[in-house]
Design a protein around this ligand. Structure first.
Ligand code: ADP
Ligand code: SF4
Ligand code: MG
Length: 318
């Protein structure tokens, strides 16, 4: 598969009063054209930081290291002006809460016209036609295009946000917990539409979610993050049927059923990323930890073809 985005030794550190928060540490990951990659992990594992690094919206007090190759460009090296040009057009983002992004005083139609005109010189009528096409692809009726955001339900607003992200036909869409605030039925509807869209376009999708049920249904591959490091990466089939890393195994065991919204928590708490645990960051919570786990940082290596994991004892879990 052709690679669209490639993270190499990607690290992000946030400067805080307590010291640097090591939010991402040496991430190696590729996203193929047309692929849907799920990113899972507990709160604080670095999922949103990864999304922000791709979109160039990390806060000023952050430091980024490594590479993030998108086409010919290393996204860690470009300036804000360049990012402004590609954001929305080549890489788009959808957030958890659509209300924070929709302007309550603007009609839906005008959101689209504004977005399109910020990147392309088209006539008002063409922009409106494209708005209608994007909205109907998300099954929002054309008749509602002149409504205001508050006149829609939460699920409809999220569909509008996704349509707005799709209207410029980005090659990569990053969705950071897009359905977390919605109820299960609405969530299922939105995911079904996203799956349909994926079938007819070559867009790549990075889907960040707490919900492993969603990953199983929508994604091609899954990246499991733990405390800023990649614990494991693999096809949905391998990760669900043949997980290697102890953290992945515990995550899977923590799902009660595929339609529960939240993960049942794994014993212990995620570590402080100012002073992460030595060796394997998971060792204080790992049921299989040995003394060496506190001393050696596990390399991220393939234990099965296409399924790398960072565990010193990975071969014992095959
Ligand atoms: N702007 C920031 N300043 C300092 N620390 C941050 C900032 N943003 C995120 N962090 C920290 O980075 C880590 C990863 O956060 P985040 O990427 O939001 O995780 P997730 O999306 O998986 O919940 C957490 O420890 C979080 O507290
Ligand atoms: S390296 Fe050790 S502590 Fe880390 S996941 Fe493997 S067994 Fe557990
Ligand atoms: Mg997040």
């Amino acid at each position: 598969m052709e690679t669209l985005l490639k993270a190499e030794e990607l690290s992000v550190h946030f400067s805080t009063k307590r010291g640097y928060v090591h939010a991402l540490d040496g991430i190696n990951l590729e996203i193929g054209r047309g692929e849907t990659l799920g990113i899972v992990g507990e709160t604080g594992s670095g999922k949103s930081t990864f999304a922000k690094a791709i979109l160039g919206i990390l806060p000023p007090k952050s430091r980024i290291e490594g590479r993030l190759q998108f086409h010919e460009t290393d996204l860690t090296r470009i300036d804000t002006e360049y990012f402004r040009r590609i954001r929305g057009k080549d890489i788009a983002l959808i957030f958890q809460d659509p209300m924070t992004r929709l302007n309550p005083l603007m009609r839906i139609e005008d959101h689209f016209v504004e977005t399109i005109k910020a990147h392309e010189s088209v006539s008002g009528s063409e922009a409106r036609a494209r708005a209608v096409a994007a909205l109907t692809s998300m099954r929002v009726p054309e008749s509602r295009i002149r409504n205001y955001p508050h006149e829609f339900s939460g699920g409809m607003r999220q569909r509008i946000m996704i349509a707005l992200a799709l209207v410029l036909k980005p090659s990569l869409l990053v969705a950071d917990e897009p359905t977390t605030s919605l109820d299960v039925i609405v969530e299922a509807q939105i995911l079904e539409i996203l799956e349909d869209l994926k079938r007819i376009s070559s867009m790549s999708l990075v889907l960040i979610t707490h919900n492993l049920g969603i990953v199983a249904e929508v994604c091609d591959r899954v990246a499991v993050l733990y405390a800023g490091k990649l614990a494991e990466l693999g096809s949905v089939e391998d990760i669900f049927a043949r997980p290697i890393h102890p953290y992945t195994r515990l995550l899977l065991r923590s799902i009660i059923s595929l339609d529960t919204k939240e993960l049942r928590s794994i014993e212990g708490t995620p570590p402080d990323l100012v002073n992460p645990p030595s060796g394997c960051r998971f060792h204080p919570r790992c049921p299989y930890a040995q003394p060496v786990c506190a001393e050696q940082v596990p390399p991220f290596v393939e234990f099965r073809s296409g399924q790398p994991a960072s565990c010193l004892f990975g071969k014992d879990f095959l």
